[in-house]
Write a protein that binds this ligand. Structure first.
Ligand code: IPE
Ligand code: IPE
Ligand code: MG
Length: 258
């Protein structure tokens, strides 16, 4: 039940920052998306199995969800498993599904109490049945919640999502419901898994690599990118706080002039 490496992860100390907002409420990004990378490298540096890195990564994710809620962020999108991650060893993939189960079982109560609304981006049909059921329960339990929306990108790929959107729109044309000239940006946005939500304002990627890895390609058109060197399991509320402060310091022009 409790993996041997559990003691390795040190819970971050509570600090004064915990209750503080990183900026004025009106400056807080509405939607933050995170590429949670570096679990494997974190583990390797400690001579631990990659699974230990993923477990520690789950604990970091829990704290980031809490912080986002405490600070009044409206949407948090967490890249948890990409369509390309199927290339990994079966054992690692199986452990990741086990972790999804564990996370929802342990945290659902708190998420419900925090009025969190859970959404899944991606195709869950390829996941183990038990995991699909756990996810379905979590969606059901939080569907009426009006607080922070947490989107888990699970078996998600932006190209998969765009292909699906094109197919959906093409079908509507084929069925003579719409014509080609009806297609506009809003229609494309509405055909994506993120339909109805604002685009990310801030995209954070941990672990030093500066790439997108097939994440939210359409939606990040005007997102501010913050790349941080720390591995995901080491990413604390303080790092999150700094990323938001970096975002606030940027001048967003959206192609216009200031
Ligand atoms: C991110 O950490 C988690 C997933 C992709 C599931 P990685 O497992 O990619 O960690 P690194 O990049 O190998 O260090
Ligand atoms: C991106 O990380 C996917 C997730 C964080 C779930 P990867 O580790 O899969 O990305 P690459 O392979 O380094 O581009
Ligand atoms: Mg990685």
């Amino acid at each position: 039940m409790f993996p041997v490496w559990k003691g390795v992860f040190r819970r971050q100390k509570a600090s004064k920052l915990e209750s503080d907002m990183p900026c004025r409420p009106e400056e807080i990004p509405v939607h933050v998306a995170v590429i949670m990378d570096g679990n494997g490298r974190w583990a390797r540096r400690r001579a631990l199995p990659r699974a230990a890195g993923h477990h520690a990564g789950m604990l970091a994710m829990r704290e980031v969800i809490r912080a986002a809620d405490d600070w009044g962020i409206k949407v948090l999108t967490l890249y948890s498993f990409s369509t390309e991650n199927w290339k990994r060893p079966r054992q690692e993939i199986d452990y990741l599904w086990q972790l999804v189960d564990e996370f929802f079982k342990l945290d659902i109560q708190e998420l419900v109490e925090r009025n969190v609304h859970i959404r899944i981006l991606g195709d869950p049909s390829q996941l183990p049945l038990a995991t699909q059921q756990t996810i379905a329960r979590a969606l059901e339990q939080t569907k009426a919640n009006s607080g922070l929306t947490v989107q888990f990108a699970l078996n998600y790929g932006s190209r998969w999502e765009i292909v699906r959107a094109v197919q959906q729109i093409a079908t509507r044309i084929e069925e003579l419901e719409i014509s080609v000239s009806d297609i506009d940006e809003q229609m494309v946005s509405d055909a994506l898994a993120t339909a109805g939500l604002p685009d990310p304002d801030l995209l954070i990627r941990t672990a030093g690599d500066q790439r997108i890895s097939n994440f939210l390609l359409w939606q990040i058109a005007y997102a501010e990118f913050v790349f941080v060197d720390v591995m995901w399991p080491e990413f604390t509320r303080q790092h999150f706080y700094s990323a938001i402060q970096a975002f606030v310091a940027r001048e967003r022009r959206f192609g216009g002039l200031k």
